[in-house]
Ligand binder design. Structure first.
Ligand code: GLY
Ligand code: MN
Ligand code: MN
Length: 432
């Protein structure tokens, strides 16, 4: 609870005096009939409050040194019989709230929080119903308080830039959890390398990941696993995972567990029969060099743009070496000749969300890496089957190598370094 209090204190220290933050949680979503999708709390709400029930709202006041009020579901024995325990507003001290109300009373109670505040913050377009209730109450308050000495907030702001700037810098506690998530996901990739074989279905290889995640204490995946054999590896967010894995093909697996609300995000590409072909090796070595060299750029005072440039330079040079591109390196880079083969960016922030919040620029410039930030590094090369000017032997090869990297005061710390990534290491672990 102390960790959450510290986070709220950081938020409050960035809010102007006499302002109010309204933090919406997530609601359940219907899958079909009376079946719901698995519930995942909104990350902003989880970050600040640590409360994992649906239909909750937290109110944080700038003059309150990190205390908060919670609106949540009422106790309801008949619903709890089916859905499990609810905390209920009267038990709100359990989560460190100073007061609790039924979520049913949100519309009635919110005006008391809004009145005489200068500025309101909330997450826009997250909960349209409650956002609408806040806006309607503001309009009503303006009418009913005209010609009184009360004032009604004129400024309604998105909370995103304030809060996400805080979330970008991970605390020691967060790093500890992410490190553990990365270790579990690393073990899962090793398990998959040891258990893959031709004629397995992609989803059966996916099962090896889910098994290892859950066995090691991570209940969920951080995102839908991508398990693409052969040409499926060239579809960036392929997750049908329903084809047979064929002898002689590579399989690209982008899979990471979520632990206590924190993501890990790892990609490895390995030969289904345990041995890379010469053509696969040639492409793999380019992506591996890009991965390793880009990781070296994740250093205090460099920027994500320098990492991107490094990836583009190595991939373009590699494509020239394979005689797929012809011309002078800088000109090829300038005209984006690599884009048919490498069409995504080399990394993204990672935290509670796999593609985590936090800006990449500040005041119109790329922002610098700073200790506590975590980024992925994930260069790739994809030769779709219909590409012209690509020798037959490379067609349908898709390779990405993705690691999660912590920015430190010194050298970057690769949180996913225990998964093999050189050809020798991969073949060895597969052989074993
Ligand atoms: N797993 C999605 C990504 O790597 O960005
Ligand atoms: Mn990934
Ligand atoms: Mn990623």
């Amino acid at each position: 609870m102390n960790e959450y209090l510290e986070r709220r204190k950081k938020l409050v220290s960035k809010m102007p005096k006499n302002s109010l933050a309204i933090i919406f949680g997530s609601n359940t979503q219907i899958r079909n009939g009376d079946v719901e999708f698995p519930f995942r709390q909104n990350s902003d709400f989880l970050y600040l409050i640590g409360f994992d029930e649906p239909n909750a709202v937290a109110i944080i006041e700038s003059d309150d040194s990190g205390e908060f009020t919670i609106f949540c579901q009422d106790k309801d024995p008949s619903k709890e019989q089916w859905e499990g325990n609810r905390m209920g507003p009267s038990n709100c001290k359990k989560i460190g709230a100073k007061s609790g109300f039924s979520i049913e009373l949100f519309n009635k109670e919110i005006p008391k929080f809004l009145i005489n505040k200068e500025r309101i913050y909330f997450q826009k377009n997250l909960n349209n119903i409650l956002e609408d209730e806040v806006n309607k109450n503001l309009t009503l308050l303006k009418k009913t308080n005209s010609r009184t000495n009360n004032f009604v907030p004129e400024e309604v702001h998105s909370i995103d830039s304030l809060l996400h700037e805080i979330r970008l810098f991970k605390t020691k506690e967060e790093i500890k959890i992410i490190r553990e998530a990365c270790e579990i996901s690393s073990a899962a990739h090793i398990r998959a390398m040891q258990n893959v074989c031709p004629q397995m279905y992609e989803y059966q290889l996916e099962a090896e990941y889910v098994h290892e995640f859950m066995k090691k204490g991570a209940r969920n995946c951080a995102y839908p696993s991508i398990v693409g054999g052969g040409k499926n590896a060239c579809i960036l967010h392929y997750n049908d995972n329903k084809d047979l894995l064929m002898d002689g093909d590579l399989v690209l697996v982008d899979a990471g567990c979520e632990l206590k609300g924190y993501a890990s995000d790892i990609t490895r590409t390995f030969p289904i029969n345990g041995k890379f072909s010469k053509a696969q090796e040639a492409v793999y070595e380019i992506v591996l060099e890009a991965n390793k060299e880009c990781i070296k750029t994740v250093k205090k005072d460099l920027t994500p743009n320098e990492t991107e440039k490094k990836a583009i330079e190595i991939i373009t040079q590699g494509l020239v070496d394979l005689s797929i591109l012809n011309g002078e390196l800088n000109e090829l880079i300038e005209k984006g000749a690599y884009r048919d083969f490498y069409m995504h960016r080399v990394g993204h922030w990672m935290g509670m969300d796999v593609h985590d919040v936090g800006s990449y620029g500040l005041n119109g410039k790329w922002r610098k890496y700073s200790p506590g930030m975590i980024t992925t590094i994930e260069p790739g090369i994809y030769f779709k089957e219909n590409l012209k000017n690509v020798p037959e032997e490379y067609l349908n090869i898709g390779i990405r190598i993705e690691d999660d990297v912590l920015v430190t005061e010194g050298d970057p710390e690769v949180l996913t370094s225990s998964v093999p990534k050189t050809i020798i290491e991969i073949e060895k672990v597969m052989g074993s």
